[in-house]
Write a protein that binds this ligand. Structure first.
Ligand code: UDP
Ligand code: MG
Length: 319
């Protein structure tokens, strides 16, 4: 029986995989557990796939899932969750920003009776100022507008037990915000602190575009606050408009004031137009995600895997 599964999403990490694997091995030796390492290759354009397959050829505990294209970090982790069999499951980045040695602490803490132990960043040496600042701001805004607690300053680096893993597998949302889903599940959750390192080699796979989309996924999955803002803005603007209407009638009929008033007219039209467009945009963010979920497409497509269950997922397409 597998005691520990380690899920490692990989996007262009060819120079990090081997070091990752070696450090993970030391950790599982130290813990004396039967472990499996699930590398999910998320459409890497470098030599990541052959490197992983090479490892799998020498160690039967190395499992791989090779996606047909880049589906994104959260989806890669979800595929690992679908495939893993361990009693305890670790999610960790492949770039060694999350030190694998911390798994020892996470695992031991879990033995004290916790369902989830997440790794909280005490410091982030690796990342630039803008990334750190936007991340800090985002986590705090999200914490304010959700009505349950999503821990701040944590990534996906954490250990979860089998029960939570099974529950996550039954949350089939297309737009995953796993750290939110895990917090939402509940049970006993705690954290250990660590210092986030610089990535060993290569470049971040999270472009600003991906980061913004991920932030919007987090907000729309766990909060209706933006919709409320649209509604409130609507009421406020309507209120102002109504007062202006009364004033307009008053100046036209009582004061007999016939001044043209082009500027005020333009400002009102532009202002109301702007508020309406923002409102439509906010609704669009939600509706777009609803339609993605209604389509019911599979979350990811596997090209190749040494896990039988993953190989056979799309068996009927091969016939
Ligand atoms: N990753 C992925 N798919 C992507 C982008 C990233 O699987 O589209 C992986 C990446 O290989 C790494 C983890 O997700 O293991 C975190 O990504 P990255 O280090 O690029 O993000 P950052 O640490 O800069 O936020
Ligand atoms: Mg990283």
């Amino acid at each position: 029986m597998t005691q520990l599964s380690v899920i490692i999403p990989v996007f262009n990490e060819q120079a990090n995989i081997l070091a990752m694997y070696q450090r993970l091995q030391k950790v599982t030796e130290q813990l004396q557990v039967k472990a499996e390492y699930i590398f999910v290759n998320d459409g890497s354009r470098d030599q990541s796939a052959p490197v992983i397959k090479g490892l799998a050829g020498t160690d039967s505990n190395v499992k791989y899932i090779d996606f047909s294209r880049n589906f994104g970090h959260q989806v890669a982790v979800s595929a690992g969750l679908d495939a893993c069999t361990g009693e305890a499951v670790v999610i960790i980045d492949a770039d060694l920003q999350d030190p694998p040695e911390l798994i020892v602490d996470l695992y031991k803490k879990m033995q004290e009776g916790y369902a989830v132990v997440y790794a909280k960043r005490r410091s982030r040496t690796g990342d630039g100022f803008i990334k750190k600042f936007t991340a800090k701001l985002f986590y705090r805004i999200l914490a304010r507008i959700t009505n349950f607690e999503i821990p701040v300053d944590t990534g996906d680096y954490r250990i979860i037990n089998r029960q939570v893993t099974e529950i996550l597998k039954h949350m089939p949302e297309q737009h995953k915000y796993l750290r939110g889903q895990i917090a939402w599940v509940g049970f006993n959750q705690t954290f250990v602190e660590y210092d986030r390192q610089e990535r060993l080699s290569g470049q971040t796979g999270y472009t600003y575009r991906k980061m913004i989309r991920f932030a919007l996924d987090g907000i729309t999955s766990f909060s209706r606050f933006p919709l409320k803002v649209a509604t409130i803005a609507g009421f406020v603007v309507s209120g102002i408009t109504f007062l202006l209407m009364i004033y307009t009638l008053y100046s036209r009929l009582i004061l007999k004031n016939y001044e043209p008033g082009w500027a005020s007219l333009m400002m009102t039209i532009l202002f109301i137009g702007g508020v309406q467009l923002i409102g439509i945009g906010i609704i669009g963010e939600y509706i777009g995600r609803v339609s993605d979920n209604v389509r019911g497409r599979p979350l990811y497509i596997v090209k190749e895997s040494n896990i039988p269950q993953q190989q056979h997922k799309f068996r009927h397409f091969n016939e």
